[in-house]
Design a protein around this ligand. Structure first.
Ligand code: CU
Length: 167
């Protein structure tokens, strides 16, 4: 009786080990087709300089219409920041909206992200020290200089840069 129980247990152990081996094999298959170019993603990384209210890059570059995955990361700055990408020439407009949020009781809940039709992409949250966010967006199809900024009140005048969208 004991023997039978053991052999049953070991059988189920073997069965489950096969199940585990079979599982990873299935998702591997879709990687094979050569449809990769269409799904190509431009990966960018933007950090934050500690305590000076600046992004670590004054500019980023991307091809027009490209799918972009931006890693926004705060490794060392004790302040909280966000990332807002706007239409050309709209830096000061968004800066003014950012400053206005000082008097908005809901500002923290909104992660200091203003509401504006000029915003093309933004982080999902403020990121403090040790935090990061991945921002996925499609680059504009029109080449040009697209400003990005942090809209935590008072930061945007120093904390801004340009996403250069090239043909
Ligand atoms: Cu900031």
């Amino acid at each position: 009786m004991k023997l039978l129980l053991i052999s049953l247990l070991s059988l189920s152990a073997i069965a489950s080990s096969f199940a585990e081996e079979a599982a990873p094999a299935a998702p591997a298959a879709p990687a094979a087709p050569a449809a990769a170019p269409a799904a190509a993603v431009t990966k960018l990384k933007l950090g934050v300089l500690p305590a000076v209210m600046k992004f670590d890059k004054a500019s980023l570059e991307v091809k027009a219409g490209a799918k972009v995955m931006l890693l926004f990361i705060n490794e060392k700055c004790p302040l909280q920041h966000n990332f807002i990408l706007v239409k050309p020439g709209k830096l000061a407009d968004l800066g003014a909206l950012a400053d206005k949020m000082l008097t908005d009781p809901q500002a923290m809940a909104k992660h200091y992200t203003p509401e504006s039709p000029e915003i093309l992409a933004h982080s999902s949250k403020l990121i403090g020290i040790g935090q990061s966010d991945i921002i996925e967006f499609t680059a504009p199809t029109a080449p040009g200089d697209y400003p990005y900024l942090c809209t935590f009140p008072g930061h945007w005048r120093l904390m801004n840069g340009v996403l250069k969208v090239v043909p």
